[in-house]
Design a protein around this ligand. Sequence first.
Ligand SMILES: Nc1ncnc2c1ncn2[C@@H]1O[C@H](COP(=O)(O)OP(=O)(O)OP(=O)(O)O)[C@@H](O)[C@H]1O
Ligand SMILES: [Mg+2]
Length: 241
Amino acid sequence: MSEQGNLLAIEGLAVRYGAIEAVRNASLEVREGEIVTLLGANGAGKSSILNAVMGLVPVAEGRVVFEGQDVAGQPPERIVRRGMTLCPEGRHVFSNLTIAENLKIGAASRRDKSEAAATQADMLALFPILDERRDQLAGTLSGGEQQMLAIARAMMSQPKIVLLDEPSLGLAPQIVDTIFELIVRLRDRGATILLVEQNVDLALEIADRGYVLATGDIVLSGPAADLRGSGDVERAYMGSH
Ligand SMILES: Nc1ncnc2c1ncn2[C@@H]1O[C@H](COP(=O)(O)OP(=O)(O)OP(=O)(O)O)[C@@H](O)[C@H]1O
Ligand SMILES: [Mg+2]
């Protein structure tokens, strides 16, 4: 099933919380260098998929094939060391630590500290607002700045793929545009990105391919250009209620 060239292939994934079946038989692929977006309404199961991929919640059924190896059930630290990172929903920066300290924590899995310092310099160059405020406590940053920090922190482990869980959540449209421009810049620099979003139009604008999840099932997938403005995504959303 897992085609060659896939960096990540989720195959027949099920996630359950007791009797609640949050995700059923979900399959999706991400190839190197792509932005793939996973769309779906509140409660569709998007975060459950990302959390199961990262080993943060159990995989009830299915495989999570990363670079050709099934990593389902491995602990999160090991998955991070293999090259996957999650930028979680709701950002979760360390409020009482500075920007620079938050970034250092993002590099905790790396042995070579001088390389980690180089990545930090790189991230601060990419996110100038974080550079200006590097000694400021993360808790005092605006929501948009915290989101930028959360993304930069995720990139500090130099992941082969980064999973972004609703980076636009709760942010003003102008800030969302800035965040999405940064995501495109990351991809242009070689990053591979699985982007969970509820902002359908923007996500399909920057993504190469998209999947729509409705109450635990993948109900639609295709090239973003085909999904954009076709009405299919809206119908898939409505079909879920
Ligand atoms: N820890 C948990 N225990 C029990 N049920 C859970 C748990 N986490 C999620 N669920 C349920 O699983 C379903 C999918 O939730 P999930 O958070 O994956 O959806 P989502 O698509 O990320 O939604 P949102 O867009 O609101 O973040 C929901 O019905 C939710 O209530
Ligand atoms: Mg979620």
